[in-house]
Design a protein around this ligand. Structure first.
Ligand SMILES: Cc1cc2nc3c(=O)[nH]c(=O)nc-3n(C[C@H](O)[C@H](O)[C@H](O)COP(=O)(O)OP(=O)(O)OC[C@H]3O[C@@H](n4cnc5c(N)ncnc54)[C@H](O)[C@@H]3O)c2cc1C
Length: 379
């Protein structure tokens, strides 16, 4: 057993961290108030191979593993978790196309996705179905040339911003086996978007409803096989859960680093506040929590890389544990900044706001417990 990162993995982390500090961190607050991420950022990330992190090398991607990906997202989140999480969604879609798409679909979408001239969004949730995703009602009706899509997707990260959408839609009977995954391009007649959602965090990335009203797509835009879309969507989520956990971890680590610095400078009762033992114990608890989260996350990623049968359970456990640890640490960091933690200038309140949603999306943390408990009870 070896817990050390390889030289290559350390280099991946350092590369993503340096990029984040140079190209993302200085602008994160502006992008948050603008409510959007400049499109020019993505091709720069793509130059580092981050447009197709785990797209196979045969398809022109970086061919990295899941553990490698967590390093990228941990490092980028130290600059801004909302930007990093958006990249994770794009990568989840790119991977789905590479894994399940026909040669034609890959040829049409992957080059743009890898260079990030084409940004991708993932559309599973609907107004009436979130956790119970298999109850989705968006319909893909067969036509002479392909499908006609009708339905509404809710909470879509990149809605009205992305260039193409991976949509899970019903081609068959009720339940998961009646669901297929298809691609629809921005600009398709019948595709429109709801108003910009006003959110607590993740403000830099636009979230809107994606509405389809008889939107026609060619048959060739079916991803893989009819009726398999739910399986593809869930497989994508295992990695998504790891990435979102890594985003919590990186941002919480950044908050802890900033807090250590702040506490060494802030004085009260004649000494710097890092000299109070009560506060030192809190620092120790946060360090323990984040190190435990890191080891657990990397183990889950390793399981997914190995194709271990219990990988989905580990991804669910890590997602629950790491996202909660991240939020707890960020909240404590805010407290240790006193009133300054509440001010935007210190950067901590943004991390608290950004991380909160990680307990809700990519499957809520209740659903993560459900996945774990189901396995326990059936065993
Ligand atoms: C900012 C943001 C961005 C998002 N981006 C995307 C995106 O890009 N694409 C996408 O498809 N979706 C996206 N989502 C949607 C997200 O995945 C859903 O919000 C999430 O899955 C929860 O669904 P829901 O909101 O419908 O809550 P519900 O499913 O209605 O859940 C409500 C509550 O009930 C609990 N609950 C539900 N079922 C059970 C159960 N069986 N046992 C115990 N507790 C249960 C839940 O945990 C939750 O606490 C995004 C959401 C947000 C907030």
């Amino acid at each position: 057993m070896d817990f050390a990162l390889s030289e290559e993995q350390s280099a991946i982390f350092d590369m993503a961290h340096a990029f984040g500090q140079e190209h993302i961190a200085p602008h994160a607050r502006t992008w948050e108030s603008d409510g959007t991420i400049p499109r020019e950022l993505w091709p720069k990330l793509a130059e580092l191979g981050l447009g197709g992190i785990y797209v196979s090398e045969d398809s022109g991607g970086s061919g990295l593993g899941r553990l490698d990906a967590t390093l990228v997202f941990e490092a980028l989140s130290m600059a801004c978790p909302a930007v990093a999480a958006f990249l994770s969604i794009h990568n989840m879609c790119a991977r789905m196309i590479d894994s399940y798409g026909s040669e034609d679909l890959k040829a049409r979408y992957l080059p743009g996705a890898l260079s990030m001239e084409t940004v991708l969004s993932y559309c599973l949730t609907e107004p009436g179905s979130g956790s119970d995703a298999a109850a989705l009602r968006t319909k893909a009706q067969t036509t002479a040339t392909g499908y006609s899509l009708t339905g509404t997707k809710a909470f879509i990260s990149g809605g009205g911003y992305s260039d193409a959408y991976v949509v899970m839609a019903r081609t068959g009977a009720d339940g998961p086996r009646g669901i297929s995954a298809v691609l629809i391009d921005d600009g398709t007649p019948g595709l429109s978007f709801g108003g910009l959602e006003q959110k607590m965090g993740w403000k830099a990335q636009p979230t809107r409803q994606v509405q389809m009203d008889g939107a026609e797509i060619p048959a060739a835009n079916l991803l893989g096989k009819e009726g398999k879309g739910f399986r593809y969507a869930m497989a994508g989520l295992d990695g998504g859960r790891l990435n979102i956990s890594a985003c919590s971890l990186g941002a919480a680590q950044a908050a802890l680093d900033a807090t250590l610095q702040y506490m060494s400078e802030r004085r009260a009762f004649g000494q710097s506040i890092d000299q109070f033992q009560a506060l030192q114990f809190r620092l120790a608890d946060m360090e323990i929590e984040l190190q435990a989260a890191r080891v657990f996350l990397r183990q889950a990623a390793w399981k997914l890389d190995q194709g271990a049968p219990d990988a989905p359970k580990y991804c669910a456990m890590a997602k629950k544990f790491v996202t909660e640890a991240g939020s707890k640490v960020a909240d404590q960091c805010l407290q240790l900044h006193g009133g300054y933690g509440y001010l935007a200038d210190y950067g901590i309140e943004k991390i608290v706001r950004d991380l909160r949603v990680h307990q809700i999306l990519e499957g809520t943390n209740e659903i993560m417990r459900l996945i774990v408990a189901r396995g326990l009870v059936s065993a």
